[in-house]
Design a protein around this ligand. Structure first.
Ligand code: MCA
Ligand code: AMP
Length: 512
């Protein structure tokens, strides 16, 4: 009989023999909660049985917009177990964003927090979703109430490596978000490579302080610990002081650069505090060399920077050993099994060291965008390499440096913001003639979103009012930190807005 290639089956195999040992310990619940490996196995079985009892069509999408909790992680694992497709949604997304995801993905089941049940369930039922449950941070809500009535054993549904496991929405340069389809095989191959490449070992303890609705927290961090049978210290939200206080009990930490900037602001961050740490990983956005250097001095550890995308999970990583082979400002060589090449904009290969578009191939590369075959075709070359939209170079040792992006993207605190999307919302506001959204350096978020807006003749506009209006429409992290009014936008001879000039003009806005 063929082996079950369901990702959950592989994770389950990695659980330690002592199922009553602690798998996850919460760090910021009113009192610490301890979840054993057996709790994970039984809890995910009950949730999977609940999902199975709904009789959903095979490979149904299950959309989830809930606060981070261990139960939310179990829900993800249960969806895998039950053979359906997990669709995580950032809690910052507002009604119009959610409506788009629901209309596009057509989830059969949706889980949300109870305070949003009224409007989200209305949206979902209108779009054909048949089941809406609630799950709150304090473990209340209809999902767990119903799951509690279910048997606590469940046979993991058989899946092939190519079957879909998750859809992660990622914004597009033009138009709306695209759902990147990731298979069980994509996720498992990457998790296995990282387990060995980053030297996961017995006794490891991970501080998990990232959100679990994107690749970094949900896959890279969680899969790493689960596939190694390692304990997690689980933070519902990142708090630099509280994390610093727990570093002494941990061996692995993963963060976006903003988390490292905030850790460095803590007086308690010291070599002593990091005495048991083995590995600090950074990714999702460029890590400034200043942060890399200062962290090394303060903690005695060299941050390992790696690079990935929702469409591909992890692509490159600085070496694990020797530690001094980790080079600040680079994202390291391609991971084992990943092929990476640099091409010019005509698709021709470039010489080592030359700057061009980064293209990749490998078992981790996604199956395409959900129900968007043309967009999928656009993003692959004729010889089937995925065009990342990142611009970089590779040196003679194979180390990759990302120097920019061909896609118009701002990364703020590890979250992606597409200017075109924000401009679309601003341009629809009464009195607005046009707008340009750019990213400028920010000491905490790396880049911050800023908008420059022109008014229609006779209209008077106010930047603060535009910010306030946007807050009800789009995720908070996409809302410009500042909106400037201008008589006109700078344009080149072709009539194209010169965003570089706007970036230069506002470069010092948030100077540290
Ligand atoms: C919160 N705000 C933000 C951000 N986060 N604004 C811009 N960018 C952000 N990232 C807003 C808040 O809504 C609030 O607005 C104000 O900024 C201050 O919030 P604060 O309390 O400082 O924020 P926080 O709650 O502490 O969150 C900051 C954070 C968080 C911890 C850095 O953004 C975070 O967890 N980022 C990690 C993202 C991540 O996991 N990315 C991985 C994607 P107001 O004052 O108006 O209410 S996966 C990926 O990219 C790929 C595949 C990869 O390679 O990993
Ligand atoms: P996402 O759409 O959230 O999957 O974000 C993926 C994008 O994040 C990549 O295409 C890169 O532009 C960026 N990214 C991820 N890791 C790094 C890194 N270490 N350095 C620079 N950019 C990164």
């Amino acid at each position: 009989m063929k082996k079950n290639e369901n990702l959950y089956a592989a994770l389950r195999e990695a659980f330690p023999a002592a199922l009553d040992s602690v798998a996850i310990e919460t760090a910021d619940t009113p009192a610490p909660l301890l979840y054993t490996w057996s709790d994970l196995e039984r809890g995910t079985a009950m949730l999977a049985n609940l999902i199975a009892s709904l009789g959903l069509p095979p490979a149904s999408r299950i959309a989830v917009q809930v606060e981070k909790s261990v139960e939310a992680l179990m829900l993800y694992l249960a969806v895998l177990r039950a053979g359906h497709v997990y669709l995580p949604l950032n809690t910052a997304y507002q009604a119009s964003e959610l409506d788009y995801f629901i209309a596009n993905a057509e989830p059969a089941m949706l889980v949300c927090v109870s305070r949003h049940f009224g409007w989200i369930s209305k949206l979902a039922f209108q779009r054909g979703t048949t089941h809406v449950f609630t799950l709150d941070e304090d473990r209340s809500g209809s999902l767990l109430t119903r799951a509690a009535l279910m048997p606590d054993t469940h046979e993991v549904v058989a899946r092939r490596a190519d079957d879909l496991a998750a859809i992660l929405y990622t914004s597009g340069t033009t138009g709306r978000s695209k759902g990147a389809m990731l298979s069980h095989g994509n996720l498992l191959s990457n998790a296995r490579v990282l387990k060995s490449f980053w030297g996961w070992q017995e006794g490891d303890v991970l501080i998990h302080a990232l959100p679990i609705f994107h690749v970094h927290g949900l896959f890279v961090a969680s899969h790493g610990a689960l596939l190694n049978g390692s304990r997690m210290i689980w933070f519902g939200r990142f708090d630099a002081r509280a994390v610093t206080q727990r570093l002494g009990e941990a061996t692995v930490f993963m963060g976006v650069p903003t988390l490292y900037v905030r850790l460095l602001a803590e007086a308690g961050l010291s070599r002593e505090a990091c005495r048991n740490m083995r590995l600090f990983v950074s990714g999702s956005a460029p890590l400034l060399i200043e942060t890399f250097n200062e962290f090394r001095v303060r903690s005695g550890h060299t941050i390992l920077e790696r690079y990935g995308m929702s469409e591909t999970t992890m692509l490159t990583s600085n070496p694990y050993r020797p530690e001094n082979a980790r080079r600040g400002g680079t994202v390291g060589p391609p991971l084992p099994g990943v092929q990476l090449r640099i091409h010019d904009d005509k698709g021709m290969p470039l010489q080592t060291g030359d700057i061009g578009g980064i293209e990749v191939k490998g078992p981790n590369v996604f199956k395409g965008y959900w129900r968007m075959p043309e967009k999928t075709a656009d993003e692959f070359t004729t010889d089937l390499w995925f065009k990342t939209g990142d611009v970089g170079k590779m040196d003679t040792d194979g180390y990759v440096t990302i120097v920019g992006r061909s896609k118009d993207l701002i990364i703020s605190g590890g979250y992606n913001v597409y200017p075109a999307e924000v401009e679309g919302y601003i341009n629809e506001m009464p009195g607005v003639a046009e707008s340009a959204v750019v990213g400028v350096p920010h000491p905490d978020f790396g880049e911050a979103v800023v908008a420059v807006v022109t008014a229609r003749p006779g209209a008077t506009l106010d930047g603060a009012a535009i910010v306030a209006a946007l807050k009800g429409q789009i995720a908070n992290f996409k809302v410009p930190k500042q909106v400037f009014m201008a008589a006109e936008l700078p344009r080149n001879a072709m009539g194209k807005v010169q965003k570089n000039l706007l970036r230069d003009q506002h470069r010092g806005l948030f100077a540290a």
